[in-house]
Design a binder for this molecule. Structure first.
Ligand code: ATP
Length: 367
């Protein structure tokens, strides 16, 4: 097991591309850290620098507290799993998994025993004699995992290991991988551009943009209290409503967001960032998640805001309404309440359209 520390690590490629820009990050012993960000933001380069496949242009990489700059990859005690699995096509599954053990000089009997242990953990014991092209995508991914865990490394580096698989298999394997590495207690750095993967698997998520680290925290922290506007807009589906509004703070009671002619009142207990209190009377950008807003009937009592529905999106487990409140576009969750199986299809659509009419101030059709 090992810790990882990056200190002001930068990477400028020979063509002048700044792929990584002064990134500092600590990964604790046994921690599952996910590097998340859009394509080209520098995630893989950070991973390759930690693996020793790329030298940083400046900054230090510490593994287990020791400076690792200049150390060859094989001396770093890390195992990598890649997006394309990188299996040897001419070798059997068993030989692929055993390969790192052969390199380390372990004798045949111990190799066979270790390979069979790993294969049984991963549920691929019955395909050890096949070649990679005789396997499904999910099996290939398990073989790649097997080859990574067989040496019991101190650190796993995983670069989009699930991105070549279909969505059902991805969900299944992400649960398996996170259970497996946690059971082994091995520190893991996992690169992905898929936020669902990041938020479900990580102990902590590090979000990058254009080579720069934007935010680091537990999934709850980065989702609930994003450090930058970029992270606020990037994380979550549907995207967070970023409302530009004058704010009036009524301490301990509510925050009023003045949206043109109407105001949105947010109960003080629901306010995640109390820093809003510093901006009383100012125009700022306030992030409001769709699930924090509840649609109500037009004649409901209390401080309600009227919006006009532009369109509805039905997602099965939830429904979203895209509204205009004056000139402000906003997304609201759970229109019409949770949709049960018996209420899908026409029934659900009728209910949504009834709801839309109610919100838009038109009489609902019977039925
Ligand atoms: P993806 O999710 O698409 O793999 P990423 O976030 O992992 O993207 P990197 O592969 O780390 O991003 O690339 C970061 C930037 O560095 C990109 O602009 C990329 O084009 C550039 N880059 C990567 N390798 C090289 C190289 N060898 N020479 C020049 N530029 C490079």
């Amino acid at each position: 097991m090992t810790t990882v520390a990056l200190k002001d690590v930068s990477k400028v490629f020979s063509d002048g591309t700044v792929a990584v820009d002064k990134v500092s990050l600590d990964v604790a012993d046994g921690e599952f850290m996910v590097l998340l960000g859009p394509s080209g933001c520098g995630k893989s380069t950070v991973l390759r620098i930690i693996a020793g496949l790329e030298e940083p242009s400046s900054g230090a990489v510490l593994l287990g507290g020791e400076v690792a700059n200049g150390l060859p990859p094989r001396e770093r005690g890390v195992a990598m799993v890649f997006q394309d699995f990188a299996l040897y096509p001419h070798m059997t599954v068993g030989d692929n998994i055993a390969f790192p053990l052969r390199l380390s000089g372990l004798e045949q009997d111990s190799r066979t025993e270790r390979v069979s242990d790993v294969a049984s953990v991963l549920g691929i014991g019955d395909v050890l004699g096949r070649r990679p092209n005789q396997l499904s995508g999910g099996q290939r991914q398990r073989v790649a995992m097997g080859r990574a865990i067989v040496r019991r490394p101190g650190l796993f580096l995983m670069d989009e290991p699930l991105s070549n698989l279909d969505s059902g298999l991805r969900a299944e394997l992400r649960a398996e991988i996170s259970a497996l590495v946690r059971e082994m207690g091995v520190s893991t750095i996992y690169v992905t551009h898929d936020q669902a993967e990041a938020l479900t698997m990580a102990d902590r998520v590090a979000i990058m943009r254009k080579g720069v680290l934007q935010d680091v925290g537990t999934p709850t922290q980065v989702y609930g209290r994003p450090a930058t506007l970029y992270v606020a807009a990037f994380l979550g589906s549907p995207r967070m409503n970023l409302l530009e509004a004058a704010v009036y703070v009524h301490l301990d009671r509510y925050v009023e967001l003045a949206l043109g002619e109407q105001s949105l009142y947010l109960p003080w207990d629901n306010i995640r960032s109390r820093a809003v209190a510093h901006y009383h009377g100012e125009r700022i950008v306030v992030g409001v998640r769709a699930e924090a807003l509840t649609p109500v009937a037009l004649d409901a009592p209390g401080d309600v805001v009227r919006g006009r529905i532009r369109y509805l999106e039905h997602h099965g487990h939830e429904s979203l309404a895209f509204l205009d409140i004056g000139a402000t576009a906003i997304i609201v969750d759970e229109v019409g309440g949770p949709v049960t199986e018996s209420a899908t299809g026409d029934g659900a659509m009728r209910r949504l359209s009834r709801f839309a009419r109610r919100l838009a101030g038109r009489p609902a059709e019977p039925g």
